[in-house]
Design a protein. Structure first.
Ligand SMILES: Cc1cc2nc3c(=O)[nH]c(=O)nc-3n(C[C@H](O)[C@H](O)[C@H](O)COP(=O)(O)OP(=O)(O)OC[C@H]3O[C@@H](n4cnc5c(N)ncnc54)[C@H](O)[C@@H]3O)c2cc1C
Length: 404
């Protein structure tokens, strides 16, 4: 609720705290179901995640206790259509991730990897047996898993990947490596690999307990601290035929379809980060005094707060519009890429402004803004870097490809 009661010309000591979603009546743009889910997730995140997550952030540990608390909520059912889920939409998934990221972008990214990448791939490309065996478990968080596309030698140029499979009797033999794979040391992994017989990229469901699977958590990562990003090597792993995603035909009708879907929703994580920065900065500057006055009473601070607020609102409108267009099947690859690039770039700016406003305390994890500053770097980089997404959009508006 807006508690702004300053009348024009009046100066009061009581300072307003404004919900940036209410300020332009942005909640009115959401459906009753989206509002209800958002509220429920907000209540959970503020009670169970926000007060506890920074212990895990500082230790760079996976928050098992918090993830276990998610299970009874059946939260991940909201990311799937019936019969495996409650029914879903881009916006419903988005508001869940936005609320998660208000507490921690790493926690939101964990949810995104499990749902936008792993579960969406199983839902879109898996057959009934695979869905029954894996999706029902990954949906209920009995299994945790990841999605392996990127390799040490192939990041932006992912379609040139070299992890490979060779057909043998009853299955395939997998060799190669994957890098940066979130949840790569958990239970199950979607592996995108080149079939040496056809030279096409194909998809496989790999269980991490199978012989030949080796995952090392990448050390020294100073962003998205709770996410366990792994360097993985596959050495002669036998994958049974039944674990091949048969409906994948190549890179375009495979990982690229998944990325087209997830890139619509990932900018909602950036919205959550912007909102988190706004809330922490407003709270801080309206409660700390310097030179005998609240920090928020200085013009420089007010300009920063308004810039953060407006950037959040502009980004929200853009991301929501994209989500609605995607739901209607009208979002092009260029539109998706340009929104992802622009919003994640603006998140870096917002995070920097928030960090400045908190002074020395802006580097303490509980004050959020330093996490936002480093996490924004990954939002800007994963799911296609700012450059590549800009060039995808640039190709669409000029008709000229500039990155290959
Ligand atoms: C924390 C984290 C989590 C991740 N999680 C996953 C995951 O779960 N699964 C997964 O498969 N991948 C994951 N990734 C990988 C991510 O998608 C890649 O990091 C990203 O695609 C960029 O690849 P790269 O890091 O190899 O950078 P590079 O491709 O080496 O790019 C380096 C720089 O060069 C620029 N560049 C490259 N090519 C061009 C060009 N043609 N024109 C102009 N500029 C160019 C890039 O924009 C960038 O600035 C994750 C990455 C990170 C950091």
């Amino acid at each position: 609720m807006i508690r702004l009661n300053l009348l024009a010309g009046q100066v009061k000591e009581k300072i307003a705290q404004i919900d940036p979603m209410e300020y332009l009546s942005l909640y009115d743009l959401l459906t009753p179901e989206e509002l209800e889910v958002r509220k429920a997730v907000e209540a959970f995140v503020q009670k169970e995640v926000a007060p506890k997550i920074n212990d895990y952030v500082e230790a760079a540990q996976f928050p098992t206790e918090i993830v276990n608390a998610v299970k009874p909520l059946k939260l991940f059912h909201h990311f799937l259509n019936k019969p495996y889920g409650h029914g879903t939409s881009y916006t419903k998934q988005g508001v869940i991730l936005m609320e998660a990221a208000r507490a921690d972008a790493g926690f939101a990214t964990f949810i995104a990897v499990q749902n936008l990448l792993l579960n969406y791939t199983l839902e879109k490309f898996g057959n009934a047996t695979q869905k029954q065996k894996y999706l029902t478990k990954t949906r209920d968080v009995e299994y945790i898993g990841g999605w392996g596309l990127t390799e040490r030698g192939y990041g932006s140029d992912a379609s040139s990947l070299t992890a490979n499979v060779k057909k043998v009797q009853g299955g395939y033999i997998l060799n190669g490596d994957k890098r940066w794979i979130g949840n790569g040391n958990k239970d199950v992994l979607i592996v995108w690999a080149r079939n040496l017989d056809t030279n096409k990229v194909e998809g496989f469901i790999v269980e991490t307990k199978w012989p030949g699977y080796h995952a090392e958590v990448i050390q020294g990562k100073l962003a998205l601290r709770i996410v366990q990003n792994c360097q993985i090597t596959f050495t002669n792993i036998f994958i049974p035929d039944e674990n091949k995603l048969e409906s994948v035909t190549d890179f375009q009708n495979g990982p690229n379809q998944v990325l087209m879907h997830s890139r619509v929703i990932v900018p909602w994580i950036a919205l959550g980060v912007m909102r988190g920065v706004y809330e922490h900065s407003l709270k801080w500057t309206t409660s700390r005094k310097q030179f005998g006055k609240y920090l928020a009473s200085f013009q420089l601070q007010q300009e920063r707060l308004v810039r953060i607020l407006s950037t959040f609102q502009a980004s929200f409108l853009m991301v929501l519009r994209l989500s609605r267009l995607a739901a209607e099947g009208k979002a092009t690859i260029g539109m998706i890429s340009s929104v992802k690039a622009w919003v994640t770039d603006k998140t870096r700016e917002v995070a920097r402004l928030g960090r400045e406003m908190l002074g020395g305390d802006g580097i303490i994890s509980d004050n959020y803004v330093i996490k936002a500053l480093t996490d924004a770097e990954v939002l800007y980089t994963y799911e296609g870097t700012y450059d590549i997404n800009s060039l995808v959009a640039g190709r669409e508006i000029t008709g000229i490809g500039a990155f290959k």
